[in-house]
Design a protein. Structure first.
Length: 106
């Protein structure tokens, strides 16, 4: 039991150190978070369509397409080679980590 706890803590520490180094120290993920000159246009459009805050997988199948095998095949054929995106949208930027997007303390 003690060895499982020890190895779990050691593994957790190793993961923490690796993530810190890869994101903050060496910035290995910097290319995935680059600036685009179209950022203000994109943000303005998202605000205009009144998108609720949250994470979205753009280009993913609908619930019906995920449930029906025939629709899954049609979806795969239709989307092969097409663009897709992951969107993490917050409707209210704040520099306070205890405040959520809606302005309510978590």
């Amino acid at each position: 039991m003690k060895s499982k706890l020890l190895f779990s803590l050691l593994g957790g520490c190793l993961l923490f150190v690796w993530q810190f180094v890869s994101y903050a120290g060496a910035n290995l993920h910097g290319s995935m978070q680059e600036y685009t000159e179209q950022d203000q246009a994109i943000l303005q459009y998202l605000e205009e369509i009144d998108l609720e805050f949250g994470m979205y997988a753009l280009g993913s199948p609908s619930a019906e397409e995920r449930a029906d095998p025939a629709l899954q095949e049609e979806y795969l054929k239709r989307t092969e080679g097409r663009p897709w995106a992951q969107l993490n949208y917050m409707d209210n930027w704040t520099n306070n980590m205890s405040i959520t997007s809606s302005g309510v303390s978590s």
